[in-house]
Design a protein around this ligand. Structure first.
Ligand code: DAH
Length: 339
């Protein structure tokens, strides 16, 4: 055997490897050349009988044969396997269910707030905001709440020090807005409130209100009734009834409380409405002239209405939730019912 014969054999081996159609055929090529009884071991054994002058070159060619054939076999093996994988891949089936991902849901309290913002936006209201940590001035004094009013008591209010407290209502946002701009004012202010209430099925120390304030020339109680009735119908459905009852708040005069007919029993009487057919939603009234004086609005020139409604109340009757505590436990099985 000559060195050139080895070169010829290499070309042939590489051609065969590159053309092998299947894994078995490829393996046969490997065995034929590189296997224990294959051609390459034969050549290696034959080297010693060769013309010494030609032996080094022949040895080099034999090594090249081994190296290059090994590489070609590997490349071809990879290509055959890839083709096999592609052939076995199932054809696309558009009827199979897609990848499912657990998705969160909006909290009922957030849903009610978002819906209220949408409804009042349609009446020209924008959203205002205030801090949870309030001053005594904004939460009580400016709202015409007397120094000896029971709501200021430590039993009702979380005080941080003499002058600072966790707001007990969203009404201080009214003061902040009016201190900052001139009428006309048309805002709602959703937010958290804090009271030293013992938690039970209808009370929580932390709850939400939506404050509303509309100040302009000649705003009347009729505006309040009309806007609240519109809000009730949008929020609860067209068949809801609204009733206004006289009440007292220091910051409004006259003051009312208003109720929605019970969404659960449609007014017939049930557990949720304590058999009355009505659910108390909110306090409201015409802004007290003393409040206007406290923020520098001229009480002779302007009138306004205000309201502050309980978000959890609305969420409970809208979604049929009988215990307020469910809203704060964050049990996913509960929350995902409102997605
Ligand atoms: N802030 C009152 C409360 O928490 C609710 C309220 C009543 C707000 C009358 C008002 C209002 O703006 O005019 O009980």
């Amino acid at each position: 055997m000559k060195a050139n014969d080895i070169q010829e054999l290499k070309r042939q081996a590489l051609d065969e490897a590159a053309a092998a159609p299947t894994a078995d055929a490829l393996e046969a090529v490997r065995v034929k050349y590189l296997g224990r009884k294959g051609l390459l071991p034969d050549i290696m054994t034959g080297l010693k009988d060769m013309d010494p002058a030609e032996r080094p070159l022949a040895g080099r060619y034999a090594n090249e044969l081994k190296q290059e054939l090994g590489d070609t076999l590997a490349v071809r093996r990879e290509a055959i396997e890839a083709a096999g994988r592609a052939a076995h891949r199932a054809p696309f089936d558009g009827t199979l269910p897609g990848n499912w991902r657990a998705c969160g849901s909006r909290h009922p309290v957030s849903q009610v707030i978002e819906e209220a913002v949408r409804i009042f936006h349609g009446l020209g209201f924008t959203v205002a905001d205030g801090p949870d940590l309030e001053t005594e001035w904004h939460n009580f004094d400016a709202l015409n709440t007397p120094a000896d009013h029971p709501s200021r008591d430590v039993q009702d209010t979380f005080w941080l020090n003499d002058k600072t407290l966790l707001r007990t209502q969203t009404s201080p946002v009214q003061i902040r807005v009016m201190e900052g701009r001139r009428p006309p004012v048309r805002i709602i202010a959703p937010g958290r409130c804090y009271r030293r209430d013992t938690t039970d099925a209808t009370h929580s120390a932390n709850f939400h209100q939506i404050e509303g304030l509309y100040v302009d020339r000649q705003v009347s109680m009729a505006d309040l009734k009309g806007d609240i009735t519109h809000f009730a119908r949008e929020m609860m459905g067209a068949d809801v009834k609204v009733r206004f009852r006289p009440h007292f708040f220091p910051f409004t005069e006259p003051s009312v409380e208003y109720d929605f007919s019970c969404h659960m029993c449609k007014g017939a009487g049930c557990r949720v409405c304590k058999q009355s057919g009505w659910i108390e939603i909110s306090g409201a009234g015409m802004v007290n002239p003393r409040v206007f004086a406290n923020v520098g609005y001229e009480p002779e020139a302007f009138t306004g209405y205000a309201f502050g409604m309980g978000v959890e109340r609305i969420a409970m009757i809208k979604f049929g939730i009988e215990d307020i505590r469910l809203l704060y436990e964050n049990d996913v099985r509960f929350l995902e019912q409102f997605s």
